[in-house]
Design a protein around this ligand. Sequence first.
Ligand code: NAD
Length: 225
Amino acid sequence: MVEAADRVAVVVGGASGIGAAIAARFTAEGWTTVVADLPATDVTDEASVAAMLDGVLAEHGRLDLVVNSAGVSTLGNVVDLAAEEWRRVVDVCLTGAFLVMKHAGQRLTAGGSIISLSSLNARQPGAGLAPYCAAKAGLSMLTEVAALELAPRGIRVNAIAPGLVVTPLTQPAMDIPGIEDDYLANTPLGRAGTPEEIAEAAVYLADAAWVTGEVLDINGGAHLM
Ligand code: NAD
């Protein structure tokens, strides 16, 4: 087995929130960890994703893990939502995830893996969150398809589906009175998660040699409600 000290991880969307916690955790575990984020790397721009991964390979000579934590959301009901807002969220959360998966899959060292950030909203609808929910549902299925396709090359593809974690992404929704209480009333363990708890799941999936095509619920039991 390759020692942690020799392994190279890229965390796309790693400048903030969950991605930043994942990058910090892999660094603490001894991996060489590269953070990719806007403005240098835009997951909606295929050339920028490919160039970033080529750069990592050129500098470090191997690529063992690509985590995609890039994500955006918007609030608005289906009947009110501008088509550009729909496209903006789907472009980052689904097409962006596809582009990261495509180019990671082409370049990962044998035995490597991909971890995407899906969401509880992939399986649990949220009013006002249509493009986000639809994109994350698509990302969960994309994870399963890519896992099948990349298995013959020894590359594993998994996702983590967090429940509520307070980060810059979710803070605007938390500012709406009553929303946080509603979430927590529907979370059996009665609290939001932390970015570090999501990073713990990423460490597990990175080393789980017989796990592929898994979308791991990390949500305090909220998927049971
Ligand atoms: P965040 O806003 O703190 O971080 C998201 C990161 O994505 C930011 O650094 C941002 O710059 C980057 N990003 C956005 N658009 C990008 C683009 N086009 N190209 C590259 N990077 C881009 O949010 P977070 O809460 O840490 O979310 C991380 C991931 O976890 C997202 O995919 C999100 O959908 C998912 N998620 C979050 C929660 C939660 O409760 N926070 C729950 C479920 C899933």
